[in-house]
Design a binder for this molecule. Structure first.
Ligand SMILES: N[C@@H](CCC[C@H](N)C(=O)O)C(=O)O
Length: 281
């Protein structure tokens, strides 16, 4: 079977987007993993299907590069929003997207030439209840929990942005052993569904440098939900303001904390193509 796809990135977090408004495309885990595989497939951090929604304007179904589903993707939803907007699948610059993490609201911000193109997503509320993240923890909030690792003690704050996150404050992201500690924390039994792992270095009250080891995708150049998780955890601890710029290897994301959290950043269309899908199994 051959299918059409589009390739996007949001601050270097890259995605394959496939239109499935007719519901004819059913991809197995190994097929998604093949498409996302660098050097062998198209290559991406994740894959999204555009689907019909009964309650919102459109529905986003998201998969990590290993083919596992995830509830939400912050960079992904901006790319998804640009795709459905540019291809006339929705009308207007404000619309809603159904995700497994609830309905998200999009605002496309353009100048008249449509050259300056930013997308804001209302990401909803951050979730701190241990059972809802989920983490195995009996107290009210799983903040500042120490864990022993082969590379020394690591202190984690757990939060959900619709998907699970660990936030670890570090003195210097670049020299931190994130390649070892990321996959170790991702698979801790403390997170029964696994977790995304964010390393955060506070620059000042409005700027944080961060890096994310993503559940199901590994090290990426950016993570939108991870950037929100970093901002909200550091704000809760009184360390940063309500408006924070998160600098990640692929660019910068603006996070505004209010009753709900708004994330703003770019989305870039890279190319379109057609690909032969390998057999299931
Ligand atoms: N890249 C994403 C998050 C994608 C999902 C994540 N790996 C998970 O399994 O929860 C983002 O920009 O938020």
């Amino acid at each position: 079977m051959k299918i059409n796809f589009s390739k996007y990135h949001g601050t270097g977090n890259d995605f394959i987007i496939i239109d499935n408004l007719e519901g004819e495309i059913l991809l197995q885990q190994n097929q998604i993993a093949f498409l996302c595989k660098r050097h062998f497939g198209i290559g991406s951090d994740g894959l999204m299907l555009v689907e019909k929604s009964k309650k919102s304007d459109v529905k986003m179904t998201y998969y990590n590069s290993d083919g596992t589903p995830a509830q939400m993707c912050g960079n992904g939803i901006r790319c998804f929003a640009k795709h459905v907007y540019d291809n006339g699948m929705i009308s207007g610059k404000n619309f809603s997207v159904e995700t497994p993490a609830g309905e998200k609201h999009i605002e496309i911000q353009t100048d008249e030439s449509e050259k300056a193109f930013l997308i804001s997503v209302n990401m909803g509320k951050a979730i701190f209840e241990p059972k809802e993240i989920p983490v195995v923890y009996e107290q009210e909030k799983a903040m500042d929990i120490p864990f022993k690792t082969p590379w020394g003690e690591v202190v984690i704050s757990a939060v959900s942005m619709g998907n699970p996150h660990a936030v670890i404050e570090v003195a210097d992201v670049d020299s931190y052993p994130y390649r070892e500690i990321g996959p170790f924390i991702e698979k801790l039994e403390f997170y029964p569904e696994g977790t995304n792992v964010n390393f955060a270095q506070i620059i000042d009250r409005k700027n944080v440098k961060a890096l994310t080891w993503e559940r199901g995708s590994g090290l990426t150049l950016a993570c939108g939900t991870g950037s929100c998780a970093v901002a909200v955890v550091l704000h809760k601890k009184g360390l940063v303001d309500k408006d924070v710029v998160i600098s990640i290897p692929g660019g910068r994301l603006k996070v505004q904390i209010d009753d709900t959290i708004t994330m703003t950043g770019p989305a870039v269309h890279v190319f379109d193509g057609q690909v032969q899908i390998p057999k299931e199994g």
